[in-house]
Ligand binder design. Sequence first.
Ligand SMILES: Nc1ncnc2c1ncn2[C@@H]1O[C@H](COP(=O)(O)OP(=O)(O)O)[C@@H](O)[C@H]1O
Ligand SMILES: [Mg+2]
Length: 438
Amino acid sequence: MHPSFWREIWILFWIALASLLFGLISDRYFIAAAIGFGIYIAVQIRHLNSLHRWLLNRTQVEIPEAEGLWGDVFNEIRKLMKQTERRQDQLAGMVERFQSAASAMPDAVVIVTERDEIEWANRAAGRLFGIHYPSDHGMRLGNLLRDPEFARYLAIAEYAEPLEMASPNQPDSTVAIQIIPFGARQKLILARDITRLQRLEQMRRHFVANVSHELRTPITVLSGFVETLLSQPQVRAEELRKHLTTMQNQSLRMQRLVDDLLTLSKLETAPPHRREETIDVPALLNAIKEQAEIISGDNKHRITLEADVGLKLLGSREELQSAFSNLVNNAVRYTPSGGDIRLLWWQQDNSAYFAVTDTGEGIAREHLPYLTERFYRVDSARSRASGGTGLGLSIVKHVLLRHDAQLTIDSEPGKGSTFTCVFPAARVVRAEASSARA
Ligand SMILES: Nc1ncnc2c1ncn2[C@@H]1O[C@H](COP(=O)(O)OP(=O)(O)O)[C@@H](O)[C@H]1O
Ligand SMILES: [Mg+2]
């Protein structure tokens, strides 16, 4: 038994003993006992009464203090109260954290009752659905979302597949809506903005279609010639040579395409460079210039290089070589014979610049924003005839992206174009020796 209990027994024992002694002296046992136990009961009733008062008005009245058994009871109640308070605080904190997390979510979350009345909604629901909490609390979902497609989806109550539809609040965005029944026939409505995903999916489809189309022409030509040659056992050597040359050109075209596709896919999927070297850009440009002269051949372009020889760059040699030669080769291909092509490499305000300027055909303004898209060409026939794949500038864009650099294009039809790559100061390496111009 608890010590307080024994204390209570002791008190009763002493009251009984005192009444007995008083009774012995005065011969009034009953009155003595009645007074003793009466006082005892009065004290108990007082404690009981203060407990009752506290229970009736818990928020304003303090839990009473007492000695003995009552004191223990009050202390236990106090402890229980503290525990409950702490648990309530925890729960409230949890609910608050959940709500703020759900509020910050980019996906829309709406909770509706079994009668489709809005119980709670997060911030994204305002953006995607135009449902605002708390102002729309208690409103019928159907009154706020009047889209017939959504109404049908809600009514059919078959929610295994999400519903994809234009966002009721932003018609050029697409949302995927998923309804999840829970609890007592309540529903959780989730909506995600899938505009970007859809665009990516569309881009992927276009890309596959483009690649197939690009490959189909050379394959058709090749198989056509093979068939012709097979059906003619006797072919003149001269004619055979002509056919084989065409076939070789077509295979080279396919090879270029596959090479560019592989380069592009490597650039897109490769992780950021692990180790970057200091690239001697002037030397690299010199080599590119020599190659360009070979490509120019009989067209006799005047190709000049002006480079700050002390200006080097942190990056990947292979990638930069690919990007720079794509720009230079474009200048050679899209500039008529005898034109000027200038390669410039300089530093300005801590940034490094590489520019290719040509006196070629130029590009009309409306094409400029799309030039770096895969397979985008101003004149497809011309591009193909010059050995282009339509992927060159996409490769340039990706290489520059991986070097924190930017591409700007200035062009005027009939006059010429300038493609400029701007590298940030963090990539610039200045060799001490000299900054002379080569
Ligand atoms: N220096 C330039 N002068 C004129 N047009 C250019 C130049 N560079 C690129 N273009 C245009 O941009 C298009 C895309 O270039 P690119 O991605 O390198 O593909 P392509 O394989 O066709 O060269 C080209 O088809 C061409 O129409
Ligand atoms: Mg090109």
